[in-house]
Design a protein. Structure first.
Length: 599
């Protein structure tokens, strides 16, 4: 069906605990979200049929919309016939733990890292990276492969035409391990080979009989270039054919959908990529969950995704504390607190993951931990979103100071246009300004950055829709999915002492001239409604830079949102006072200025 013919779309996301359904309908020339339903996911015992949860969520949509979508045989009606059914039905899934993969490469920091980026971009959780130089003996690698039981293995290694001995060694290790898949034992584990074309025969010989081997283009055909898309497409295909086909009820569900089922994180990445491409902007998105935190970015036209599998707000909340340390969590808590009390609160959240804060103090502690989970996940993302390592470059004196040197991160906060937050702690924060504050404190954006949150986490459904029908997906993304919080203006630099001049912002809106001078160390919030756009003259003081050099005036487009215009004059790099009383004083002042919590 062509995009112009579509009148209605039903999309579901089968999560590990909840299945969410959305109904999109065409109204005039644009597509809008009409209703949303949800129900518990039914992939595990006693139901063991994912379609039960899907139908329960769709029944809620039927009831809310007042139209029939499911026929008498318990199937979704497609295409739409009069007022019954929908033109397109599609789904994403992370039920059963999502797609879990192992990857391998010859050199961990080169082909191993390229393989990891390919798998992450396809929506997988990467359980381990096996490489010739990873410091483990062959028997240790074999034991690790047997222990993990991945859904799929991606084997890479070597540039086309290069040496094949190391690739042969990796294939030998995998063959010796005889890995069994996590779901079901009556089929062979899917293995994708995307390495040196000269080694294909050896890989076929060693792995062909023991696995469902698929061969595709080399992900690193030459040292200077990555070619990740063929491997990503194969991962999606095998996810459908092998992994999802083993999960209870998925074969039935695959017969209903208009497009192949996509892993949830891959679909989120797709909508982020689509928006970056359509608007020609640099975008970063974060989804913070109970067990993991996913970060997606598009910089220089390159898409990257990372999964911090041990950083979340319930099941893995103790890992956040262990990794960041008590002092880093406490620097965001605006009151004195006993260390044992903090540890008890964190352990309680881990063993009762569905609880929500019952007091203002609990909320502040939870949001302090969220800031650290997001910060740590962002650090991990920057370490993987890098230029290609191992590439020799001709360099001039000016290049010596260039951040884009081989192996350096491509994440450049000075160029970031849009930062989107998602996940319970951000999307369901009691006040939207709390979400804005957490995003700014965690990512520390620079210059001018738009902030937004996903209202009800529908990015997965919009992502799979965007893969075939971009207009309905982007219409709903802009009008119903994104809640625009506003803009953050953050000069780069530091003054000698608090209270020194930092930045002056001037603009006209609704016929009113606004001029605000902000001192170093302050956070200021100016109301500016969603939909309002204007050009602002931003003049940093002589110690600060807004893009043209220290003290140089710039003109930038700014836009409003439900929070407004946030001017962050706390400096970059940002430092928090180590003295407890001074820290609490500053946190309280920022809290009052932003109206973060009820007084």
């Amino acid at each position: 069906m062509s995009e112009k013919e579509i009148r209605s779309v039903l999309a579901t996301d089968c999560g590990s605990t909840t299945t969410k359904a959305i109904l999109i309908e065409k109204q005039g020339d644009t597509y809008r979200l009409i209703v949303r339903g949800e129900a518990p996911t039914t992939v595990e015992a006693p139901f063991e049929d994912v379609t039960n949860g899907v139908l329960n969520a769709v029944m809620e949509v039927e009831e809310l919309r007042g139209r029939k979508i499911i026929d008498d045989d318990g199937r979704i009606i497609t295409p739409q016939n009069g007022d019954e059914g929908v033109d397109v039905y599609l789904s994403t899934s992370s039920a059963g733990g999502g797609l879990q993969m192992m990857v391998s490469g010859v050199v961990k920091q080169m082909t191993g890292e390229s393989a990891e980026r390919a798998a992450l971009g396809a929506g997988a959780i990467v359980m381990d990276v096996i490489a010739s130089n990873d410091g483990r003996a062959p028997h240790e690698k074999i034991k690790r492969i047997r222990q993990l039981r991945p859904d799929m293995i991606l084997v890479s290694g070597g540039i086309d035409g290069g040496a094949i001995s190391h690739v042969a060694e990796i294939a030998e290790v995998i063959a010796a391990a005889e890995p069994r898949p996590r779901l079901g034992s009556d089929y062979n584990l899917p293995i994708i080979y995307a390495g040196n074309i000269k080694a294909r025969d050896i890989v076929k010989d060693r792995l062909g009989k023991k696995s469902s081997l698929v061969i595709t283009d080399n992900i690193r055909p030459v040292l200077e270039r990555e070619n990740l898309m063929p491997a990503r497409h194969k991962i999606h295909d095998l996810f459908m054919e092998h992994v999802m086909a083993q999960a209870p009820g998925y074969k039935k569900l695959m017969g209903w959908t208009s497009l192949p089922i996509m892993p949830t994180p891959a679909a989120v990445g797709y909508i982020i990529e689509t928006i970056a491409k359509q608007q020609d902007i640099e975008v970063m998105g974060v989804d913070i969950g109970g067990a993991t935190t996913d970060i997606f970015s598009v910089f220089q036209g390159i898409f990257n995704r990372t999964v911090s599998a041990n950083l979340g707000m319930s099941y893995s909340i103790s890992n956040v504390l262990a990794e960041t340390g008590l002092d880093n969590v406490m620097r965001w808590v605006p009151f004195d607190m006993d260390e044992a009390d903090l540890r008890d609160r964190i352990k309680n959240k881990m063993i009762r993951p569905t609880t929500i804060p019952h007091s203002l103090a609990e909320l502040k502690v939870e949001q302090a931990i969220a800031r650290e989970a997001l910060r740590l996940a962002f650090e991990q993302h920057k370490s993987l979103a890098v230029g290609l390592k191992g590439v020799q470059q001709e360099r001039t004196i000016s290049d010596a100071f260039d951040q884009k040197s081989s192996g350096a991160t491509i994440i450049d906060l000075k160029k970031l246009n849009l930062l989107v937050g998602s996940g319970g702690v951000l999307s369901h924060a009691p006040r939207r300004v709390q979400a804005a504050s957490m995003l700014v404190d965690s990512f520390l954006p620079e210059y001018v950055t738009r902030l937004a949150v996903d209202s009800i986490f529908m990015m997965p459904q919009l992502g799979v829709l965007a893969s075939e029908y971009p207009k309905p997906a982007t219409d709903v993304f802009e009008k119903d999915c994104l809640i625009h919080l506003g803009c953050c203006i953050a000069p780069v630099g530091n003054a000698k002492k608090l209270g020194d001049p930092c930045v002056t912002v001037e603009y006209n809106v609704k016929g009113e001239h606004i001029k605000r001078e902000v001192a170093y160390g302050d956070l200021v919030l100016i109301p500016m409604d969603a939909g309002e756009e204007t050009k602002a003259t931003i003049t940093p003081s002589k110690r600060f830079d807004m893009g043209l050099g220290k003290g140089k005036e710039v003109t930038k487009k700014i836009s409003g949102g439900v929070v407004g215009l946030l001017i962050d004059a706390r400096g970059r790099p940002f430092t928090m006072p180590t003295d407890s009383a001074e820290r609490i004083k500053r946190l309280t002042a920022w809290e009052i200025e932003l109206g973060l919590y009820p007084r």
